[in-house]
Write a protein that binds this ligand. Structure first.
Ligand SMILES: [Fe+2]
Ligand SMILES: [Fe+2]
Length: 332
């Protein structure tokens, strides 16, 4: 900053950082020897809300951090990639699964669940490959690979261990059921997308935790959901973060697009999978397979029922099937 001697008007340049905040400094003018009093910057207020982040820089910080997050094991992504090829070598896939003992035991446990109809029959991965077929195996592998990360507690959001996992399973099977009625060709992708649709919440959880009291105040005073709070405080939502993660993990583009619109399918330009995820999410939340008290504030978009050609009476039927599937998997 520049200071001026009030007596002789001589100007001096002073480094702001040399004066502690809230203090002043007394100098003597070199020309006329008069005293010059320089006030430091005002002191920073103690406590109070931290400044809001710039959305673009926070989003780029989060996006960069995604690659360092071991949310879904690399081997699972490689197996998914193999299973999506035109000519799948089952023996190679079985060997890849067997390189990871943790994934192997989970794949066998899920393959033997009531849902996959192989109860008590499967003792080797190769048998599981034959019994489940490509689609079934793909579903089981992604379940095995994401169970651990989706089962954890989210302390920022206040979700107990298992809440996100049960909700994710419900949306995975709800999406599969809805896809089977509209386009069975995407049922496997719908299952995977449903399973990871809220994975952005895991990534945002520490950032929510840092602002917990402000966010709770905002939600209580304004009757808002965590989704509203994410947009208010970060400028983007967990849906966009999940889509960024899908891109980083090389999931197909149509899957990341659908996930990014799972709370706003009307903005997706008629994306069937986005509507499916939105509806499956809504059915799960309304059916009590959600997170918290704010589930009741969740709203289904106006055109979603007609877009998916659903009647109100279909929803309770789908919910029953979802609950039955989740129970049959035996992982809820
Ligand atoms: Fe969501
Ligand atoms: Fe959800």
């Amino acid at each position: 900053m520049q200071v001026e001697c009030s007596a002789c008007k001589t100007r001096y340049r002073v480094n702001d950082d040399s004066i502690p905040a809230g203090k002043s400094l007394r100098l003597t003018c070199k020309t006329c020897k008069s005293p010059i009093l320089i006030e430091g910057k005002p002191p920073k207020p103690e406590g109070g809300p931290p400044p809001k982040d710039d959305p673009a820089s926070l989003k780029s910080k989060i996006t960069k951090s995604i690659n360092d997050l071991p949310l879904i094991p690399q081997v699972v992504m490689e197996i998914q990639n193999q299973l999506s090829q035109m000519n799948v070598n089952m023996q190679k896939v079985a060997q890849m699964i067997e390189t990871d003992p943790g994934i192997t035991s989970k794949v066998l446990r899920i393959a033997n669940s009531a849902y996959y109809g192989a109860s008590g029959k499967t003792s080797t991965i190769m048998q599981a490959c034959v019994i489940l077929g490509l689609r079934g195996l793909s579903e089981v592998v992604i379940l095995a690979g994401s169970e651990k990360v989706l089962s954890g507690k989210l302390s920022g959001y206040g979700y107990d261990a298992g809440d996100l996992w049960r909700h994710s399973l419900a949306v995975a099977y709800g999406s599969k059921i809805l896809a089977n009625t509209r386009d069975p060709g995407i049922s496997s992708a719908a299952h995977t997308a449903g399973l990871i649709h809220d994975i952005g919440r895991i990534i945002l959880d520490p950032y929510i935790g840092e602002r917990k009291s402000q966010i709770q105040d905002y939600m209580e005073k304004n009757q808002k959901t965590f989704l509203d709070a994410e947009i208010e405080y970060f400028g983007f939502s967990h849906a966009e973060v999940a889509a960024e993660a899908c891109r980083a993990w090389k999931f197909p583009d149509f899957m990341s697009k659908a996930i990014s619109y799972h709370h706003d399918p009307a903005g997706s330009n008629g994306d069937l999978l986005a509507y499916i995820l939105h509806m499956a999410d809504h059915i799960a939340l309304m059916g009590g397979v959600g997170y918290d008290d704010d589930d009741i504030l969740n709203e289904v978009q106006k055109d979603a029922m007609s877009f998916l050609q659903l009647k109100q009476s279909d929803l309770s039927e789908i919910l029953l099937k979802i609950i039955e599937s989740v129970n049959q998997i035996g992982m809820g």
